[in-house]
Design a protein around this ligand. Structure first.
Ligand code: COA
Length: 172
């Protein structure tokens, strides 16, 4: 497996996998399949280009050249928020699960966040019903800071969102 930043040449593979993700794991993401299905390839490609200010970087994990998963690393640029990086949309395709791909992607995202000067913590949100992802986050040191009840609605069912934070060593 290989983890690397995605770029516009990955747009087709990314969009195919992203739509699969939204179809087969709808309760894991705040975006819906309908939200994303109408995007043009040009629009998707522009989202793959690293933001000039470094605010959003997409990482992909590949197996023998095939895109197997991805995660977004979001670094807010506003002065009061730029000490924290948010991870979003972690996904590994079903065919590659339970083989360490998710852990490797998460490790790469954490390493990228750590490499950004001034970043003291990494945060993310996860559906409380998502026991697999919650176990993964806890296993690398993320601590729960509480649950927002009913944060996500999918097909009329409301789910709580658990917020997690990983404080980096240098943080006080
Ligand atoms: C969550 C997800 C990214 C995990 O990816 P993965 O490649 O299967 O994860 P790994 O093989 O690296 O597993 C790492 C650890 O996560 C935990 N884990 C992963 N899937 C699990 C499951 N189904 N049940 C319980 N624990 C699970 C385990 O602690 C596992 O360690 P172990 O295999 O040593 O027991 C993947 O299942 C996925 O994409 N799910 C759908 C989308 C999603 O839920 N994304 C997260 C949004 S917050």
């Amino acid at each position: 497996m290989q983890v690397r930043p995605l770029d516009p040449t990955d747009a087709g593979a990314y969009q195919e996998l992203r739509l699969l993700a939204l179809q087969e794991s709808p309760t894991a993401f705040s975006a819906s399949h309908a939200d994303e299905a109408g995007r043009s390839m040009g629009e998707v490609a522009s989202r793959m280009a690293p933001a000039a200010d470094g605010s959003i970087r997409m990482l992909g994990i590949f197996e023998r050249g095939e895109l197997a998963g991805f995660v977004a690393v979001i670094h807010p640029q506003r002065e009061k928020l730029r000490h924290a990086v948010e991870l979003a949309g972690l996904y590994v395709a079903p065919a590659f699960r339970r083989r360490g791909f998710g852990r490797a992607l998460l490790a790469a995202a954490v390493a990228l966040a750590r490499s950004i000067a001034g970043v003291r913590q990494i945060r993310l949100g996860v559906n409380v019903a998502n026991t697999g992802a919650r176990a993964l986050y806890r296993s690398v040191g993320f601590a729960s800071c509480g649950v927002e009840p009913g944060a996500l609605q999918v097909d009329g069912v409301f789910y709580g969102e658990e917020r997690y934070v990983l404080r980096l060593e240098s943080a006080g």
